[in-house]
Design a protein around this ligand. Structure first.
Ligand SMILES: Nc1nc2c(ncn2[C@@H]2O[C@H](COP(=O)(O)OP(=O)(O)O)[C@@H](O)[C@H]2O)c(=O)[nH]1
Ligand SMILES: [Mg+2]
Length: 298
């Protein structure tokens, strides 16, 4: 798997980790809208495969049969009879890749088969690990059981980093997890999904949330997957299909960092600061409108 034989479709990025690690929050952040319920405690969802488009949602049973499903009531899908739910969103990121929001890896109420049977669809993984209890044995064991060719196609995200308030503790944690996962991921990155989602107006908070750094690495990952043979819409290679790659939900706030306080001579032309920090330079507009106000899931 995860080789060029998947060239007929966009790369599929699976979101994995323990229950409540932030997978659905991350999916919503990436897409830039909220198709996925977060913190569904009483009722668990099977894997949710998110693709670009506006077709109605359906579920696929273990024999490959499709059944219409109400997007507002995804939890009605019977877990033991559903391989996955397929939903469609008309959002920019999904022009570059599909997302696969997986159930928690060690949920006592759900057999691991539910996500194991979907792992072969993944070209790369964004693994979410609670910063406050990062990289538990259960996570390490599951990751070790997955195909090693995923390792260099995957990012480890230390989510809820906002819960660790001391900078010293953060650095200590990051050092420990990076040491324990060396060679197992492309990068290990701290991120506050909550702040990245809610603080869309403050560049400093955005930067501190880890969203900018993550966005850069994700763009790199999508580029490298496309070089490995996955293709974009209508058979174009991904870089051709969408230049530059942009992450719909991961858009830095308008407020650029303040210019250095250098006193300009009176005759100098006024300095023009970029209004917006881009993930990659582009003359195009970035009207990837977030459909809604900040402060989405909490
Ligand atoms: N403080 C904080 N809360 C988060 C963060 N990421 C997710 N959450 C919260 O954690 C809860 C579970 O998130 P969810 O995305 O449903 O987790 P999932 O089970 O992995 O899909 C929700 O209440 C989120 O708002 C984060 O980075 N910081
Ligand atoms: Mg979830």
């Amino acid at each position: 798997m995860t080789q060029v034989d998947k060239a007929s479709r966009k790369p599929c990025i699976a979101l994995m980790g323990e229950f409540s690690a932030g997978k659905s929050t991350l999916a919503n952040l990436l897409i830039g809208s909220d198709p996925l319920p977060v913190q569904v405690i009483a009722t668990q969802l099977p894997p949710v495969w998110i693709s670009h488009g506006d077709a109605p949602a359906f579920r696929v049973d273990l024999d490959g049969n499709q059944f219409a499903i109400d997007l507002d009531n995804l939890a009605e899908a019977p877990l033991d009879e559903t391989a996955y739910i397929k939903i469609f969103c008309d959002e920019e990121l999904l022009l570059q890749c599909d997302l696969l929001d997986m159930p928690g890896i060690s949920d006592p109420n759900m057999s691991s088969e539910v996500w194991q049977r979907m792992i072969s669809k993944a070209d790369g993984v964004l693994w979410c690990s609670h910063a406050t209890q990062a990289w538990r044995q259960s996570e390490a064991a599951v990751w070790a059981s997955l195909p090693p060719d995923l390792y260099q196609r995957s990012l480890l995200l230390l989510t809820r980093i906002d819960k660790i308030t001391s900078e010293r503790d953060r650095q200590k944690l990051i050092r420990r997890v990076r040491a324990e996962t060396e060679g197992l991921f492309l990068q290990c990155l701290p991120i506050s999904l909550l702040q990245a989602t809610a603080e869309q107006d403050d560049y400093d908070v955005w930067l501190k949330s880890g969203a900018e750094d993550f966005a850069k690495h994700l763009v790199d990952l999508l580029h490298s997957l496309s070089e490995d043979g996955a293709v974009g819409p209508e058979g174009q290679s991904l870089p051709e299909a969408a230049k530059p790659l942009r992450i719909s939900g991961l858009v830095a706030p308008d407020s650029a960092p303040a210019p250095p306080p250098a006193p300009a001579p009176q005759t100098a032309a006024p300095q023009i600061m970029p209004r917006r920090v881009r993930l990659s330079p582009s003359p195009q507009d970035r009207a990837c409108a977030r459909d809604g106000a900040p402060g989405r899931p909490s």
